[in-house]
Write a protein that binds this ligand. Sequence first.
Ligand code: NAD
Ligand code: G3P
Length: 333
Amino acid sequence: MRIAIVGAGSWGTALSIIAAHKGHTVRLWARRAELAERLNLERENGDYLPQQKLPEEVQATASLAEATRGAEIVLYASPSHAAREILRALHGHLAREALFVSAAKGIEAETGKRISEIFAEELSEMAVERFVALSGPSFAREVLAGYPTAIVAASRAIENARLVQTALSHANLRLYANDDLIGTEMGGAVKNVIALAAGMVVGLGLGTNSLAALITRGLAEMTRLTVAVGGRAETMLGLAGVGDLVLTCTGELSRNRYVGRELGRGRKLEDVMCGMHEVAEGIRTARAVRLLAERYAVRMPITEAVHAVIYEGKNVRAAVDDLMARPLRDEFD
Ligand SMILES: NC(=O)c1ccc[n+]([C@@H]2O[C@H](COP(=O)([O-])OP(=O)(O)OC[C@H]3O[C@@H](n4cnc5c(N)ncnc54)[C@H](O)[C@@H]3O)[C@@H](O)[C@H]2O)c1
Ligand SMILES: O=P(O)(O)OC[C@H](O)CO
């Protein structure tokens, strides 16, 4: 197949290597022309994934039109905050029968919209059934290291999720398919907010009791919001829910957990961010999740606490103390 991958960060580059190993012809779009040139010359993305060879089947370009021309699958692997601008630029460039796969894990901060909703607005010529969300526990570096990894492709039309499942499953990367698009998108995005909180717990030097409590109550929060916006609770028990939540809250490679950990250690957000050239989706998505929680009247105390630390300057230790001091309640209400 001809696959266009839109975004040459860690995940887009890793997916381009996997797709090429699978025998597909890959065009990898990089926002910066200088990076596209370097990828084609050096056959390696030293900025994000040093020492990983780009197969010859991967050709990089800074032109969206060139990347997507004739593509049967267009795979979006850029940060969520760039989705609207990039999808708008793709208007008129995609074949109607192409599948659009989003591997991004975030929600638009200003509107609370998922990537599939932005897709429906900006690429109205495409049927929303052509949209597939790709999610689940998957650090790019571990996938390329050959570690067995299981993720999920979800679409309103399960046959399209299955097409992506077949197209991308390879050796150590096993895809499952489901038809809960909303739940799958929500899981991948909200877990990043909870992972910031998990990092704070670690940074404060709290123990494993605290981390286990945070993950479990974070899952409760993710589930409440997902169901409120139209997703399914069972999806939160799958790869896009608890699977990715556990990975991101405990994995040393997580950028979201890293940012939370540094905040827990007392550093300021601006200082943490200025040393990072990678995206931590939870920071912007915390705004979106809080917006949705308000809109749908869903209790999300951990998200509230993360939002207060990041956007209202609240002390991390005080945020933990306040979470613990809330009125007692039943576990499953
Ligand atoms: N890295 C992973 O292991 C991994 C795994 C699964 C999903 N994801 C998701 O994939 C998406 C991309 O993450 P990543 O880790 O590949 O990113 P990254 O941090 O490695 O790189 C981000 C890329 O996006 C570019 N970029 C930044 N702002 C942009 C803008 N406004 N417009 C266009 N491009 C812009 C950067 O130049 C860079 O090439 C995120 O939603 C992330 O949650 C990442
Ligand atoms: O490094 P993070 O925190 O962006 O997490 C990466 C992936 O979402 C893990 O599945």
